[in-house]
Design a protein. Structure first.
Length: 179
């Protein structure tokens, strides 16, 4: 029952993050919606006892990829003046109350989900461990994994080349603006 409650809560948060990502006019808010969705995906992996995959989700996607996204967003420029007035009354207080309530529910559910006691006599659950993930990644899916690494390397080199040298159309536009 606890897992169902956690799933419903995190599914609502993931859905809200996805909606914010698609509907936000500001690209930074859109990236934050994507980050929220990525964190809740990691929580789904924890619910499925795939702790290693959850850590990789947070480190790789929520960490490295989102840093790259935010860097690109800042490079294209979001330096326009933004209205910082709060449009929803009691917005900060409501956010604190909802956040504390969510944290309380997560803590209460987490207390029931932890395994305590001596587990030396029980068979280990290998679902989501480093061994099972590495066996699948470097055994069954080696070609797909290496193709993805190769594709991401090409994309990174292309991004650096475009940032350093620009495109011909961009250089023409910049030279026209400079004159």
């Amino acid at each position: 029952m606890t897992e169902v409650v956690l799933f419903i809560i995190f599914a609502a948060v993931a859905l809200a993050g996805a909606i914010v990502m698609v509907t936000a006019k500001n690209p930074v808010y859109s990236a934050m919606g994507l980050l929220t969705t990525m964190f809740t995906m990691a929580l789904f992996y924890i619910l499925l006892d795939a702790h290693f995959v959850a850590v990789v989700q947070i480190l790789v996607y929520a960490g490295a990829v989102m840093t790259l996204f935010l860097f690109v967003i800042m490079m294209i420029g979001v330096d326009k003046k933004e209205d910082t007035a709060e449009t929803i009354p009691f917005q900060r207080g409501l956010t604190v109350v909802i956040g504390l309530g969510l944290a309380g529910v997560i803590i209460m559910a987490g207390r029931q989900a932890w395994i305590t006691g001596n587990t030396a006599f029980s068979a280990p659950d290998l679902n989501g461990t480093i061994e099972t993930v590495s066996d699948a990644l470097f055994g069954t899916w080696t070609v797909a994994f290496l193709a993805t690494v190769f594709l991401l390397t090409i994309a990174a080199v292309g991004t650096v080349a475009l940032a350093m040298f620009g495109t011909p159309q961009l250089r023409e536009t910049e030279s026209e603006e400079g004159q």
